[in-house]
Write a protein that binds this ligand. Structure first.
Ligand SMILES: [Zn+2]
Length: 427
């Protein structure tokens, strides 16, 4: 499937798209109502371009139609439910039939074949087994034991969030274990945005190749796309997931190469089909064929989400810009925390960053000038002055799942801009 001629792939996509829209129209009252509102029916899909006529789906649809409203299969055919830990109100629950689980396994197997590994538990588990490799399922935490298992069982690849892997590398160093000498040679990291600077740090510190994987539970879970060995964009498994990039303001589809919001349509999902799901992730479709020969289109790595944006004194700031700026500078470590406060009505942003032991033991003068240098680089990148605080290695709280890098202590200020349709990622 990864190497199918585009014409063949498009034929398959259109057949699946028509079946999926038919299924959603027959079985999901919400989708039917939205199509009928626009005077549309399943027969309106005559080509792949017709997808753009269909209405979008958003995260709040899942909450509003909890528990069974979006299910397109009866419970007797549903073999699995996954629920996200909702912070407020009802959780986001997604459903899978046996065939959906098969699809998830197969896309995860294709991920690992493209090389790699990640999180999201069961999909990864099945994918590894399907490929004929051995899987050691562990959850986050218990890091000392994980390091022991990696060494004792000659683990060659790992799947987790990039921030948890950083923590693991750190801890290994404290225990006197050099991961660069261990058999581990690849990592598949996802579920949070991470930068190229972070990738370089991880690859050097652990002596591995680090691959980016993408997915979200509303679509299937991890395994919607992954980087191949060339690490140049993520191939989307287009025989199951149809990507579009739209302008989030005008909601119009954008041409290849132009950055916008990623919108995904499931082509084969049975239990919970999704039509034009707004991911809030910012990316672009990359044109041109990848050197690996896969015909699947690629999307640019996702560095930010439209709802990640912080507004500091009226300036839009994305946490990924801060990470990218910090990691340009020799002497910083990829452990940082952003603290927002408000003094006399003015927003203040402090970035606490760990520096190497050598840097920290340097003279006060050297540290002050380093601090100034970081503040200058940050100002150029963000257009606002930021207070930099250098801290010793291993000072900041480590993440055992997704990193929580922002502490918003501003009172009465929404931490995120009101885009109307906010929600946090649950994959
Ligand atoms: Zn490729």
């Amino acid at each position: 499937m990864d190497y199918l001629p585009r014409v063949e792939l498009q034929k398959l996509q259109l057949r699946r798209l028509r079946d999926m829209v038919q299924r959603a129209w027959e079985r999901v009252p919400l989708f039917r109502a939205r199509l009928e509102e626009r005077g549309l029916g399943p027969e309106c899909i005559q080509s792949l371009e017709d997808l753009a006529k269909l209405p979008f789906s958003v995260k709040s649809d899942l909450r509003d139609h909890y528990p069974f409203g979006l299910f397109a299969s009866p419970m007797r055919e549903i073999v699995r439910l996954h629920a996200s830990s909702g912070t407020t109100g009802k959780p986001i629950v997604v459903a899978y039939t046996q065939a959906d689980v098969e699809v998830w396994s197969s896309v995860m197997a294709r991920c690992f074949a493209a090389y790699g590994l990640f999180t999201g538990g069961l999909g990864a588990h099945y994918g590894v087994e399907r490929l004929g490799a051995t899987v050691i399922p562990t959850s986050g935490g218990n890091t000392d034991r994980q390091i022991m298992v990696i060494c004792d069982f000659c683990v060659t690849a790992i799947c987790c969030t990039p921030s948890y892997f950083l923590h693991l590398v750190d801890r290994a160093e404290q225990l006197g274990v050099d991961l660069r000498k261990a058999p581990i040679r690849a990592g598949v990291f996802g579920a949070e945005p991470w930068t190229e600077g972070m990738r370089r740090h991880i690859e050097e510190a652990a002596g591995i190749k680090a691959f980016d994987i993408y997915g979200l539970s509303e679509i299937i879970g991890p395994g919607v796309g992954i980087e191949c060995v060339h690490q140049d964009g993520l191939h989307i498994f287009e025989d199951h997931f149809y990507p579009e990039i739209i302008d989030p303001e005008t909601e119009q589809p954008l041409p290849d190469g132009v950055e916008g919001e990623l919108v995904l349509t499931t082509l084969s999902k049975q239990a919970m089909p999704m039509i034009r799901y707004r991911t809030r992730d910012i990316s672009a479709v990359m044109s041109g064929v990848c050197r690996c020969g896969r015909t699947l289109r690629r999307i640019r790595r996702i560095g930010r989400r439209s709802d990640d944006m912080l507004i500091i004194r009226g300036v839009n700031v994305f946490p990924s810009q801060i990470e990218a700026a910090l990691l340009q500078v020799e002497g910083t470590l990829p452990h940082y925390q952003i603290v927002l406060t408000r003094e006399h009505g003015l927003d203040r942003m402090e970035v606490q960053v760990e520096v190497t032991a050598g840097m920290f033991s340097d003279t006060v003068g050297a540290m002050e000038s380093f601090q100034r240098k970081l503040a200058d680089i940050m100002e150029r990148a963000l257009q606002i002055r930021v207070q930099i605080t250098l801290v010793e290695p291993h000072t900041l709280q480590r993440s055992e799942g997704k990193a929580r890098r922002i502490l918003d202590r501003r009172v009465g200020v929404p931490s995120k801009p009101d885009l109307g349709l906010l929600g946090s990622r649950s994959s």
